[in-house]
Design a protein around this ligand. Structure first.
Ligand code: ADP
Ligand code: MG
Length: 239
């Protein structure tokens, strides 16, 4: 570990619990990352950091907090996911399964050609992702909607196209979609934050899809793009 990372490591050592520190150390031993760089966001359930590899490539590290996660909410989401029906209501098991689920959802979405960050590793409560951005992270769509009408329409169509692949090819519904979980990378959308994502077979998936569509319609409307929810629903789901 270079000296600079070692010093930084001391600082982060005061932020994380011992279990999480050991998990990060494992990722370092496996050469997935070489240390944590800087905080990006302190979220409701997870903290996001940038990290670097030994060769200097950027990574995103998403660390679910073991103590302050709302694991009751996690349990309610996960118990109806057909892939995890036998899950027991135990804090750590729920959190680890939640992170695994995000990893698996991203793999599945990627395999279907959806623009998402490649998941690179997952141990316990820590997920390592491809860094979306160039020198700095790509902005969220809420702060980076194109200015021109044609630019806006192009973005709307591109998002619809990603959601169609997600639904018809990957068989998934995002379930937490909004302008906060779409990044604008060089003018194209990248979908992120797949922890709530669930197979279409989940009995609640249609409600989640309608909620996602409602969020998008509201955001598009703010930008002068009017589209009926039913129309967007058709575009996303028709085979
Ligand atoms: N792979 C990534 N590349 C670049 N930025 C990212 C990536 N993943 C997350 N981020 C940034 O971190 C923020 C929070 O990540 P997200 O997965 O949405 O977590 P949360 O569950 O806390 O909302 C995002 O809005 C985005 O700004
Ligand atoms: Mg998010």
């Amino acid at each position: 570990m270079p000296k600079k990372s070692k010093e930084k490591w001391k600082i982060w050592g005061n932020v994380f619990d011992e279990y999480t520190i050991n998990t990060i150390k494992k990722l370092m031993t496996q050469n997935v990352i070489d240390g944590i760089e800087s905080p990006v966001k302190i979220g409701k359930e997870a903290n996001i950091f940038t990290a670097k590899t030994k060769t200097g490539d950027m990574r995103i590290v998403k660390i679910y907090r073991l103590e302050s996660c709302n694991f009751n909410k996690m349990y309610d989401y996960i118990r109806y996911d057909p892939r995890f029906l036998n899950i027991k209501k135990q804090r750590r098991q729920i959190i680890f399964t939640w992170v695994q689920r995000e990893y698996r959802n991203l793999i599945k979405a990627r395999a279907a050609g959806v623009r998402v960050p490649t998941p690179l590793a997952n141990i316990n409560n820590v997920l390592v992702l491809e860094f979306i951005g160039d020198d700095t992270i790509a902005p969220q769509l809420k702060d980076s909607m194109p200015e021109s009408k044609t630019g806006k329409e192009k973005m709307q169509n591109a998002i619809t196209c990603e959601l169609r692949k997600l639904y018809t090819k990957a068989g998934l519904v995002h379930a937490d979609l909004s302008e906060f979980n779409i990044l604008n990378y060089r003018g194209n959308p990248v979908l992120i934050d797949f922890s709530q994502t669930t197979p279409v077979e989940n009995m609640n998936s249609d409600d989640y899809l309608k909620r996602d569509i409602g969020n998008l319609i509201r955001f598009f409307h703010k930008h002068g793009l009017d589209l009926l929810p039913e129309e967007l629903y058709q575009k996303i789901t028709k085979q």
